[in-house]
Design a protein around this ligand. Sequence first.
Ligand code: DLZ
Length: 158
Amino acid sequence: MATALHNASAYDASTFIDISEKRFGLVVADWNRELTDVLSAGAYETLLRHGAKDEHIFRNTVPGAFELSLGAQLLAQHEEIDAVICLGVVIQGETKHDDYINHAVAQGLTQVGLKFNKPVIFGLVTTNTLEQAWDRTGGKHGNKGAEAAVAAIQMLGF
Ligand code: DLZ
């Protein structure tokens, strides 16, 4: 249970670099939008709170999680973008669609990050139930969008 053992909401912001001149791409899946909007707001607010400028955050939507990889690539290819944060929610259904999508996104985002040598953050909430998804989008397990933004800031300081 990764969430129970590691709470990424507890971090030491004093180690963060100055991100006031950094530019962030946000790629947000439209599927499960009530949830992904919360992830997006969490990421946005976290970036601003740690010094990013509103005009340096570029938010784009894609139809579903499967399209996050291409969305990330289209942003990451721009030299002025320093990090890309990808957000989506995939909830298990009666078929194996979640498995296919989740693996494809994990591989796709890894490739984009390695290709462009910049942080491409996997902010995909993958759960068995809708309730578990809400728990991770502002509920008892925090906001994974905010945590994805923290991961981006941390990687920029690497
Ligand atoms: C098709 C599909 C399904 C069944 N479930 C989800 C989901 O839980 N979360 C999500 O973000 N997207 C889902 N999609 C849409 C796919 O990600 C993709 O947008 C379509 O298959 C078109 O390529």
